[in-house]
Design a protein around this ligand. Structure first.
Ligand SMILES: [Zn+2]
Ligand SMILES: [Zn+2]
Length: 342
């Protein structure tokens, strides 16, 4: 089969690699669509793993099943249209029991073979049991490519306990900010979004959020909610100026949720005294667990979250390098998909 192998950001080669084979309990999936994630563009992260096959927002069809391959909560057959998640927690260690499933060492070490920017992927047995979701007919492959990033947002809004009427400021309206805003809106929250790029603001407004122009001040953002105050600031970008704005927006009782990596070595620009005298909560939400992917699929299947307006580019596997360039062009790109079937 073919796979797009990442050597460096400027060196991605589509190569012939051996077809994966399903061992006992395992599955091999023919990939149809794989979404490009912001983390696929973090060179410092990918370089450490190179050569590697990136891509972890995977949709496809089951090609073959090893002996005894079966999800814990249902059936799986050759030909089924599926979403495949890329990590799985053990579910029983102390970290998992405390609710930090995405930090479990099993989660970190579990992996698909080789990755999503390939024609096929092998799904290890533990992941067949919990991380493959059979898609309802009315959820398209493109929509299902949003399950993984939306699941991260589901986890984020749950961690921040966002509910009906809550006030949320989303800083950074790239693909994760867009999905975070939609996940919060689906829970009945009021959302203000901030991003210097006009097209991104228009997109989140169409989803039901409010925006205030190119560079709103912290005071202007806070004023939208008036006396109700800012319940949650979701930092959906690691850009320094955006993180400054997010910290400035926080006030009495605000939860600041870090939802995106920053540049290595960066610090959060907030004084401990501001945190103390305002009882600000600083928390983070990272990745998604088996419950989150199921919740995300439900939101998409029910139409509670719409993602159809978020796809900006589609490329065949052979053009993975071009797809990554397109995703780097922040102004006009939103969700970039690799459509392996093309
Ligand atoms: Zn991702
Ligand atoms: Zn665990």
């Amino acid at each position: 089969m073919r796979a797009a192998v990442y050597y460096r950001a400027t060196d991605i080669r589509v190569e012939e690699v051996p077809d994966p084979v399903a061992g006992p309990g395992e599955a091999v999936v023919d990939i149809t669509v794989c979404g490009l994630c912001g983390s696929d563009l973090m060179d410092w992260y990918s370089d450490a793993k190179a050569p590697t096959v990136l891509g972890h927002e995977i949709v496809g069809r089951v090609r073959s099943l090893g002996e005894g391959a079966r999800p814990d909560d249902g059936d799986l057959e050759v030909g089924d249209r599926v979403f495949v998640h890329h990590h799985t927690p053990c579910g029983v260690c102390d970290i998992c029991r405390r609710g930090f499933e995405t930090l479990c060492s099993t989660f970190k070490s579990s992996a698909l073979d080789p990755g999503g920017f390939a024609e096929q992927v092998r799904v290890p047995a533990a992941m067949v049991r919990r991380e493959i979701l059979v898609l309802p007919d009315h959820v398209t492959d493109e929509q299902a490519a949003f399950i993984e990033p939306l699941a991260c947002c589901v986890r984020g809004v749950e961690k921040a306990r966002i509910g009906p009427g809550d006030t949320v400021v989303v800083i950074g309206l790239g693909q994760m900010g867009q999905l975070y805003a939609r996940a919060a809106l689906a829970r009945g929250a009021r959302v203000v979004g901030s991003d210097p790029v006009a097209a991104r603001r228009e997109l989140v407004e169409a989803a039901g959020a409010v925006t205030l122009g190119e560079n709103p001040t912290a005071d202007e953002l806070r004023a939208v909610f008036g006396d109700r105050g800012v319940g949650v600031v979701a930092m959906c970008t690691g850009a320094a100026a955006a993180q400054q704005l997010g910290c400035d927006v926080a006030e009495r009782g605000t939860t600041i949720q870090i939802f995106a990596p920053a540049r290595p070595g960066a610090s959060l620009p907030i004084e401990p005294n501001k945190i103390f005298f305002n009882e600000i909560t600083v928390q983070a939400s990272y990745s998604a667990d088996p419950g989150d992917i199921r919740d995300a699929l439900r939101l998409l299947a029910d139409g509670a979250v719409n993602v159809d307006d978020m796809v900006s580019h589609r490329f065949p596997l052979a053009e993975t390098a071009r797809a990554m360039d397109a995703a780097r062009g922040k102004g006009d790109s939103m969700k970039v998909l690799i459509e392996t079937g093309r």
